[in-house]
Write a protein that binds this ligand. Structure first.
Ligand SMILES: NC(=O)c1ccc[n+]([C@@H]2O[C@H](COP(=O)([O-])OP(=O)(O)OC[C@H]3O[C@@H](n4cnc5c(N)ncnc54)[C@H](O)[C@@H]3O)[C@@H](O)[C@H]2O)c1
Length: 257
């Protein structure tokens, strides 16, 4: 890591849990001022823990609400001026009470719209906010979270989730196209199954340990850890990734079918 790689303002959505938490920790270690946006009050505890190393701030709000996004971005701008790094990580994956996905006939319009609002519209609005500041400063990094489910058919994902995760890839490609001339990069990360609260259905009455079932199909014979996403996102937000933009990085242990 070069010296210019530290000391940026890095906004991580969904930083209170799972991949976002691991990313917030890693970007904190990289020397950045991390700003966590999450709907969970847990974000304040994470910020307090990371602040022991370097300044970290949490803002609590619902990324499914455009009004909240406007308030949150205004607060971040007022406190830090803007974001040098934006990681659009917060996402939801609705599941039935037994942990299985909703088949298409069972997806309500309300649920479809909620998934699109949090998984696609929020990254769009946050990127729209962040890119102007980044373009002015001729430096910026945006990383959006897709999923293996956005890359190929997955019988555990659900169509609303898969559609949102495919949409974010198309959005990010255009973001990279429009931001490139300003030295601002935008990339997508597509995780396979990663051990986090989102992928844990053990408390939902599922009779199988889905992690174990899934791991047997993965070339590396295991599911991933959140820190293994944090390290990839650290690279994509660093100076070392200065010529990487518009890419989709699969972090899935080698499962492509
Ligand atoms: N875990 C996996 O196996 C996996 C696989 C592929 C993709 N992903 C993607 O990675 C990202 C992170 O997933 P995770 O597994 O860490 O999930 P997680 O549930 O552990 O964490 C998600 C975080 O986002 C926050 N969040 C959710 N909705 C929000 C909203 N409306 N407003 C503000 N904050 C909100 C939650 O409070 C939580 O802190 C998601 O976009 C997910 O789709 C995860």
């Amino acid at each position: 890591m070069s010296a210019s790689d530290s000391g940026r303002v890095a906004v991580v959505t969904g930083g209170a849990s799972g991949i976002g938490l691991a990313t917030a920790r890693r970007l904190n270690e990289d020397g950045h001022t991390v700003v966590i946006i999450d709907r969970s009050e847990q974000a304040h505890e994470v910020a307090a823990e990371l602040s022991l190393t370097r300044p970290t701030k949490a803002f609590v709000g619902d990324l499914g609400s455009a009004a909240d996004i406007e308030r949150l971005t205004a607060e971040v701008s007022a406190t830090f001026g803007g974001a040098d790094i934006l990681v659009n990580n917060a996402g939801i994956h609705p599941k039935r009470p037994d942990g299985s996905h909703y088949p298409i006939p069972e997806i309500s319009l309300e649920q479809w719209n909620l998934v699109m609002a949090i998984n696609v519209t929020a990254p769009f609005l946050l990127s729209q906010w962040a890119m102007e500041y980044m373009k002015e400063r001729k430096w910026g990094r945006i990383v959006n979270l897709s999923s293996r489910a956005g890359r190929m058919y997955s019988d555990v994902s659900g169509a609303q989730y898969a559609a949102s995760k495919a949409a974010i890839i198309g959005f990010t490609r255009n973001l990279a196209g429009e931001c490139g001339p300003y030295n601002v990069t935008a990339n997508t990360v597509a995780p396979g199954r990663i051990k986090t609260p989102l992928s844990d259905v053990s408390g939902l009455g599922s009779s199988q340990n889905l992690h174990e079932v899934f791991a047997s199909k993965v070339p590396l014979r295991r599911v991933g850890n959140a820190s293994e996403l944090g390290s990839v996102i650290s690279f994509l937000t660093s100076e070392d990734a200065s010529f990487v933009t518009g890419a989709v990085i699969d972090v899935n242990g080698g499962i492509f079918g």
